[in-house]
Design a protein around this ligand. Structure first.
Ligand code: NDP
Length: 443
């Protein structure tokens, strides 16, 4: 065999697995047809978060005068922001390539395709491997409606030289809401269209309501109960037609979910079971072919970077260092980088009531305008919420909408994961003045 481990896909999961396996002494190669870094680094988390930072200045400038600063007529050079974000992405791409070199992992450029269960073809080259890891991630999914190919998906935003003046965004999930806030913050006129009656379905209802209120204050035009039927050009404008309604903007963005990127892999040549959405794996990341594994978004378990990384490392440890750790897919903290930001770990109120019954759940909440917003006397109010299992006093859900929610919930996740009770939270001395002190003082 040419290598001990051949990884297909140099995104978060593939990079983590390949470097960890090489560290354990395995001979490793990694195949990538696009840029090293994958969704997270090239067209996801990293450039998105930089754009979030860029877009937040609008509100900061609006509040600056109440703190004595003069900030008249601030202007955002959006082309410069996009260019700066791209150069940072290029820098990180270079760092990841160097890290592979340093780890002794061979990078093979090209698209991988199974020739048989131990062989992958890249261009004319055939590589044989004892173990193969599929870590090819996902791709944005376009709607199946006429004109869908005219609209953008999230990948398209990152390659623009400048931003449109107006946009219609379809979807109410992570990407739609984050992009709506980013673009609104950068001065774009944004209409966001949902087929349902709320944004961020699946999150605690009170939290998504709080984000919704904040987004509307930000100036995002939220439209509910509209089912897209057609996208078509109307002169220089792009129209989204939803039944009787026609919404015109410069661009339509489809943020309607992502799908495993299985095209071209030729999984059948290796006998790997799959459907069009995912490759099935067991708790040790094994497909139905025991020496072929899959991690990350291609498995459609939880589409989050840290999950893919953890799965990749656990696999490398199991294959080459005798590890047997099973990745814990419960209690994964998550954040939506909207304005205001939402972050969450554990059960929503609705999920907890489903599990423990209405009487089996206690809710504590604090909703307030933070000290930070007191001088400007504007800006979204925070919401902090604890979901408690009544019988045990255990905190089974910890949620927040407000500044730095992601940073705060990351730390709270440790306590929730350790089984902390409300009494444990109450016993913790408050750090004053802060927003998160409310978590340990709320009645
Ligand atoms: P989501 O699954 O979060 O949201 C998809 C949205 O599209 C929903 O509002 C859904 O509506 C809507 N939708 C789906 N199909 C249709 C349709 N046919 N017509 C109209 N609307 C439709 O997907 P995203 O693309 O936003 O994100 C994909 C994944 O990427 C996330 O699940 C998350 O795991 C990950 N991600 C994480 C981020 C983070 O950690 N901050 C940031 C970005 C992405 P409905 O609610 O009615 O089903």
């Amino acid at each position: 065999m040419d290598v001990d481990l051949l990884v297909i896909g140099a995104g978060s999961g593939g990079l983590a697995a390949s470097k960890r396996a090489a560290k354990h002494g395995a001979k490793v190669a990694i195949v990538e047809g696009d840029r090293v870094g994958g969704t997270c680094v090239i067209r996801g988390c990293v450039p998105k978060k930089l754009l979030v930072y860029g877009s937040e200045y609008r509100e900061l400038f609006a509040e600056a005068e109440s703190f004595g600063w003069s900030a008249k007529d601030p202007f955002c050079n959006r082309a410069k922001l996009l260019e700066n974000v791209r150069s940072e992405v290029n820098r990180l791409n270079g760092i990841h390539i160097k890290a592979l070199e340093r780890a002794g992992v061979e990078l093979i450029s090209g698209w991988g395709s199974f020739a048989d269960a131990h062989t992958v073809k890249v261009g004319e080259r055939l590589i044989t491997a004892h173990h193969i890891l599929i870590a090819v991630g996902g791709r944005p999914q376009r709607l199946s409606i006429p004109g869908a190919e005219l609209g953008w998906v999230s990948d398209d935003l990152f390659v623009q030289e400048d931003l449109p003046d107006s946009i219609t965004i379809i979807g109410g999930g992570y990407i739609a809401c984050e992009f709506a806030c980013i673009l609104r913050g950068l001065g774009v006129s944004v209409t966001q269209v949902m087929r349902g009656d709320r944004i961020l379905r699946g999150f605690d209802r009170e939290l998504s309501d709080a984000v919704q209120e904040g987004m509307q204050e930000l100036g995002v035009n939220l439209r509910f109960g509209l089912q897209p039927t057609t996208i078509e050009m109307n002169g220089a404008q792009m129209d989204l037609i939803c039944g009787e309604e026609r919404l015109s903007a410069d661009v339509v963005l489809q943020a309607t979910g992502r799908q495993a990127f299985l095209q071209g892999l030729n999984l059948d040549a290796a006998g790997i079971e799959h459907n069009q959405h995912r490759i099935g794996v067991d708790e040790h990341q094994r497909t139905n072919i025991p020496h072929i594994h899959a991690v990350g978004d291609v498995t459609e378990r939880v589409n989050l970077t840290p999950v893919a990384i953890d799965e990749g490392r656990a696999l490398a440890d199991a294959l080459f260092a005798g590890g047997s750790r099973v990745v814990d897919h419960d209690l994964i903290a998550t954040a939506v980088f909207t304005q205001p930001e939402l972050a969450s770990v554990g059960l929503s109120e609705e999920q907890a009531k489903d599990r423990f019954g209405d009487e089996g759940v206690r809710i504590h909440r604090a909703r307030f305008r933070s000290l930070r917003q007191s001088l400007p006397a504007r800006g979204p109010r925070c919401l902090l919420k604890l979901v408690i299992e009544q019988a045990t006093d255990r905190v089974v859900g910890c949620h927040m909408v407000g500044s730095h929610a992601g940073e705060i919930i990351q730390m709270a996740a440790i306590a929730v994961g350790m089984g902390a009770t409300k009494a444990d939270f109450d016993r913790t001395m408050a750090l004053h003045p802060s927003i998160s002190e409310e978590f340990v003082t709320m009645a």
